[in-house]
Design a protein around this ligand. Sequence first.
Ligand SMILES: Nc1nc2c(c(=O)[nH]1)N[C@H]1C(S)=C(S)[C@@H](COP(=O)(O)OP(=O)(O)OC[C@H]3O[C@@H](n4cnc5c(N)ncnc54)[C@H](O)[C@@H]3O)O[C@H]1N2
Ligand code: MOO
Ligand SMILES: [Mg+2]
Length: 417
Amino acid sequence: MRFHRDPISVAEAQRRILAFAGKNKVEHVPLTESEGRRLAEPIRATNDVPHFPKSPYDGFAVRAEDTAGASLEKPVELEVVGAIACGDAPDFTVGKGQAARIMTGAAIPEGADCVIMFEMTTENEARVEKVVGVKKEMKAGENVIEVGEEKKSGDLLVEAGKRIGPGEMAILATFGYAEVPVYQLPRIGILATGSELLMPEEPLRYGKIRNSNSYMTASQVRQAGGIPVLYGNLQDDPDEAVERVLTILEETDMLITSGGVSVGDFDIMVEVFKRLDVDLLFNKIAMRPGSVTSAARYNDAFIFGLSGNPGACFVGFELFVRPLLQAMQGKPETGLKEMEAVLGVDMKKPSSFPRYVRSSWKIEDGKAVVYPVGQDKSGVVTNITDANCLMCIPPGGSGVAKGDTVTVLMLPYNVGE
Ligand SMILES: Nc1nc2c(c(=O)[nH]1)N[C@H]1C(S)=C(S)[C@@H](COP(=O)(O)OP(=O)(O)OC[C@H]3O[C@@H](n4cnc5c(N)ncnc54)[C@H](O)[C@@H]3O)O[C@H]1N2
Ligand code: MOO
Ligand SMILES: [Mg+2]
């Protein structure tokens, strides 16, 4: 007996998955190892920035009132009473008629209320020792970075769930987060089913092909913030498959298989689901490619049965596994980002299911224009390399025409490098 297969929509399939998505445990990792992880807590400023008034220039810290009437022709002379380097805590006061040498980033001394750049003093002509001529009238506060001017202590800087990149690294270091609270990375077991499969290092034999899905999926997992664990290839043998699935689920948080989910004689994943008596979430989705994509819960763990066809396997991951991995790592909005683009060619193939076509968008004459990357067949493996989006073609009618506006789901691959 076969499982009954009723197609559900992509949105409903995503909803069924996310209904079980719990956030991963939190761990603290050293700052240098936090790159690419998702923050488990919002990051707030732990101090004002800056926390002392500082100079943005190399120059002299002076009192604005002392510069009244100063000009290029008639510099006002001030007595130089000290020098402040970056990192110094000045222990003297700038009094009436006085100035202090000050460097970019150094603390403004007591008494001074502005900074005049070296270029606007006689320092520019010859290095001064005891007396400097100021060539410009200054205002109080001019060229002074005030306490808290950039951020105030307690300000929210980064929301929880954000992935740590260069900007977040700079913030974490600035505010003393030597240890960073992040979500644990989910460990994802990857298993390819199919007696035809060879390892990459094996020579080709007639009728056989090399397993590409596992390596493609591992890359998708890694880029979505998971740790892929490769479990090799499995013969189309249900007894062995059940055993392997159980072992993998003991060692990982989730299993992704590819192949064997359709209606063929050797499509063993259907049998595996039956024998394990899983809680089936879905086994048929109204979409192309990947309509046979299946998902189940087994003792609080997810099993994804992605299609064997590489194009369908790729799309199945992006639409169903990615949102789950994002939710587990606290990302508030899950799924691929959408945008509108103009279709660059006719796509006249009618389909009763919505299609998610591996495509590439680029800007032409100021507009986003999208093209399929090549043959839109789910068995094609060699054009995924060119895809930076999935073009969504609604079902029915006679497809879409060049110039029509379509929704595209942006992939995080092949962009900007
Ligand atoms: N009678 C029907 N036949 C098929 C249907 C259907 O509805 N009725 N659906 C078709 C669709 S659509 C898809 S998609 C595939 C799904 O097939 P399976 O998920 O069962 O995958 P397999 O049969 O194991 O393999 C399909 C294809 O993919 C190649 N493959 C498998 N694993 C890998 C791998 N790890 N790396 C690279 N390539 C792989 C395999 O050799 C086959 O060529 O079913 C259609 N049939
Ligand atoms: O469900 Mo399939 O991926 O269209 O060949
Ligand atoms: Mg099959």
